[in-house]
Design a protein around this ligand. Structure first.
Ligand code: HAM
Length: 418
């Protein structure tokens, strides 16, 4: 027997109510903040991600699903959504539109990670990107939008963590300070961290290994090495956050796992669960569009993993609206009844009434049991007696009341119930 590949899950019908709920809330918040939907391909040129996410990152080095197609093109299943949206922004000349261009997406994302609760090899993100504006006002608005989204789902148990990791001007100095600080500590660090001192010093700060915590805690802080522009930006953002009464904590170790970030970075963390289980994260990426061949274009965005939201909703006991049940279950006995059942069902559906027809030859009792289990409000029963009289029996599945009615009447009776 085949099984779903390791790290992937089937989202079964019983789970779909959570997913629809999250998508609806996401769409509402996007409408309120003026974002428009964009969909991009599930795979792209591998180089798009290598260049944007960064050669030194775990995502590119260890987690990307890369393959050659039959024409020898090197492609990758998208390991994140931002690079694809930026590629689409450039490819379709969206830089000629009034800026910022505000886009949102739902996308399946592929990362070859070690599967565990809330961490999969295929997951789904809701993300938004605001491209073409440098003002920290936009940072505040994107962060607010992310938080409003979680709140609109009924979630309350989360915190916002904020940091600034500087820009091309000030980051090299900071990285140099980090290297100098870490060099004498190298023998006590994990293998990954020893390599990071040379390859990607920023990532030293978010190592999760117990032996590396003390060093990371006492490391120089990026916010203390910001250039004037980055410092002004960060200060202005904090002022806006206070004006909007958004609570946050500054986390000097928040650096994010993708290389394209500049200035503001942020994460939404559940109160329980630690940094492995961020509900969402994002930040500014003012250099990315330029690095992808466009003119320099500042941008900021955010993404959240839907699987983690579902887990969180369940943990918090947050109930979601049930999906609509079918209005009618059509039960029939005998061959002539089958034809009448199919025709009656078509008529009802044309009138917008949902119908499940019992196909096959099960007993009436078995068919009514099925009507119950699919949650139908009514059963329409058609047997020899009904056919003889040109009528149908309408059974209310909640009260078990039955009445014999003209099929023409059905639409009127049921139409007012839906
Ligand atoms: P990210 O932090 O890598 O950011 O992923 C965003 C969110 O996706 C995470 O906070 C988490 O909720 C979820 N997630 C990530 N990996 C997994 C996984 N293996 N299994 C389940 N859920 C996962 C980005 O991808 C950036 N593109 C976000 C962004 C948008 N930055 C600017 N714009």
């Amino acid at each position: 027997m085949f099984k779903a590949p390791r790290g992937t899950v089937d989202i079964l019908p019983g789970e779909q109510a959570y997913w629809r709920y999250i998508e609806e809330k996401a769409e509402t918040v996007c409408r309120l903040y003026g974002y428009q939907r964009v969909d991009t391909p599930a795979f792209e040129d591998a180089g798009l991600f290598t260049r944007s996410v960064g050669e030194g990152t775990d995502i590119v080095n260890k987690e990307m699903y890369i393959f050659k197609d039959r024409s020898d093109n090197e492609l990758a299943l998208r390991p994140e959504g931002t690079a694809s949206v930026c590629r689409a922004y450039l490819e379709h000349g969206m830089d000629n539109l009034p800026q910022p261009v505000k886009l949102y997406y739902f996308a399946d994302i592929f990362r070859y990670e070690r599967p565990q609760a809330g961490r999969y090899r295929q997951h789904h993100q809701f993300g938004c990107e605001a491209i073409g504006e440098a003002s920290p006002m936009l940072d505040a608005e994107v962060i607010q939008m992310a938080l409003e989204f979680f709140k609109s789902l009924g979630m309350t148990q989360f915190t916002l963590q904020l940091n600034s990791i500087g820009c091309k001007q000030c980051r090299p100095d900071y990285l140099q300070k980090l290297k100098e600080y870490y060099a004498p500590l190298a023998p006590g660090l994990c293998d990954d961290c020893r390599a990071r001192i040379v390859k990607n010093p920023l990532r030293l700060l978010d190592c999760k290994k117990p032996g590396c915590q003390a060093a990371a805690e006492a490391a120089p802080k990026s916010s203390e090495y910001l250039c004037e522009d980055c410092r002004d930006h960060f200060d202005a953002l904090k002022t806006y956050m206070e004006a909007l009464k958004i609570e946050y904590s500054i986390n000097h170790r928040l650096v994010r796992g993708l290389d394209y970030y500049t200035k503001t970075v942020f994460e939404v963390q559940p109160l329980e669960g630690g940094s492995q289980s961020a509900l969402g994260g994002g930040g500014r990426y003012d250099d990315l569009i330029g690095e992808l061949g466009g003119k320099p274009t500042p941008a900021i965005g955010f993404a959240t993993g839907l699987e983690r939201i579902v887990l969180n909703l369940k943990d918090q006991g947050i109930e979601v609206p049930e999906q609509k049940k079918p209005a009618v279950f059509m039960a029939c006995m005998g061959n002539s009844a089958k034809i009448v059942a199919l025709k009656t069902a078509s008529d009802l559906r044309e009138a917008g009434i949902s119908v499940i027809v019992a196909a096959g030859d099960r007993s009436l009792k078995a068919q009514l049991r099925q009507a119950n289990s699919v949650g139908a409000t009514y059963a329409v029963i058609i047997g020899d007696d009904e056919i003889k009289e040109g009528m149908v029996t309408l059974r209310n599945m909640v009260t078990s009341d039955q009445q014999v009615v003209d099929p023409e009447e059905l639409k009127r009776i049921l139409g007012t119930q839906e």
